[in-house]
Design a protein around this ligand. Structure first.
Ligand code: ADE
Length: 237
C-alpha cells in the first residue's frame, strides 16, 4: 500500500497541505512536527523539515524509519538557473545533485559524495510522470523536467549562479532536494522533487524572493495535492 512522505522546508511550503489533510495526527521528532493522515484519500506523512541539507536528510530518514513511507516527494520553491524558467514556473526533478560538495583534492569530481556510486541521484520515473502531469494540470505549459542543484547556500549573485550552472547543468537551485534524494536513494525509496520558481538566483533574488515566496510555495503545494490524487487513483486500479 502506498504511503507518501511529503517534505517541505518552510511553513509556507506545507501550510496549504496541512489545511487540506484529513484524519490528521501530529507528533514531534528531532524538533520537527510530523503530520500523519490522508491527503486526497492517500495515506501521507507531511513534515516541515527546516532549511538546509542536514534538516532535510534527518527528517527524510525519520519518515522512512518511523512512518513507513513507500514514496517521497519534496515540495517547495527554488531559484531559476534557466532563462526559460520564470517566477511561478515549475520544475520536476529528473535527478538531483549537490553544488557544494568538494572532495576534488582526493580525485572526486566536484559535487560527488565520496563512497556514493552516483554523482546525481535519479528520481523515480513513475513519480516523475505523475508529477509532470500534476504540474501541467495546475499550470499548463510552464513545467520542465531536469536536474535540481542543491547546497547550503541561498544563491543571490550572477557569478555564483553561473558557477552552479556550469558545474551541475541544473534547472533550479535550492537547499534540500539532493539531501532528500541521497537519503531516499540509500533507503531504496522512490522520490521526486517538485519546485516552483520564486526568484532568478541572481542579483534580483533578494528583492523577488519575499514577494513571490508564498505564491510559488502554494502553487507547488497545489501540484503536490494533484500528485497525491494521481497516486490514489493508481492504487485504486
Ligand atoms: N530557494 C528559493 N530561491 C533560492 C535561491 N535563490 N537559492 C537557494 N535556495 C532558494
Amino acid at each position: 500500500m502506498t504511503k507518501l512522505g511529503i517534505i517541505g522546508a518552510m511553513e509556507q511550503e506545507v501550510e496549504a497541505l496541512l489545511a487540506r489533510m484529513e484524519e490528521k495526527s501530529e507528533s514531534e521528532r528531532a524538533g520537527s512536527r510530523f503530520y500523519d493522515g490522508l491527503l486526497e484519500g492517500l495515506p501521507v506523512t507531511v513534515v516541515q523539515c527546516g532549511v538546509g541539507k542536514v534538516n532535510a536528510a534527518l527528517c527524510t530518514q525519520i519518515l522512512c524509519d518511523c512512518f513507513g513511507v513507500t514514496h517521497l516527494v519534496n515540495t517547495g520553491i527554488a531559484g531559476s538557473l534557466c532563462a526559460d524558467l520564470d517566477i511561478g514556473d515549475l520544475v520536476v526533478s529528473q535527478d538531483a545533485m549537490y553544488h557544494d560538495v568538494d572532495a576534488v583534492a582526493f580525485g572526486y569530481p566536484m559535487g560527488k559524495v565520496p563512497g556514493m556510486d552516483v554523482t546525481a541521484f535519479p528520481a523515480d520515473d513513475t513519480l516523475v510522470g505523475y508529477a509532470f502531469a500534476a504540474a501541467e494540470s495546475v499550470n499548463p505549459g510552464h513545467t520542465k523536467i531536469g536536474r535540481v542543484a542543491s547546497g547550503d547556500q541561498f544563491v543571490a549573485s550572477k557569478a555564483v549562479k553561473e558557477r552552479i550552472i556550469q558545474l551541475t547543468k541544473g534547472l533550479c537551485t535550492e537547499m534540500e532536494g539532493a539531501a532528500i534524494a541521497q537519503t531516499a536513494y540509500r533507503n531504496g525509496i522512490p522520490f521526486v522533487i517538485l519546485r516552483a520558481i520564486s526568484d532568478k538566483a541572481d542579483d534580483s533574488a533578494e528583492m523577488d524572493y519575499p514577494s513571490f515566496e508564498r505564491i510559488a510555495a502554494h502553487r507547488c503545494a497545489a501540484v503536490t495535492m494533484e500528485l497525491a490524487k494521481h497516486l490514489f487513483d493508481a492504487e485504486e486500479l
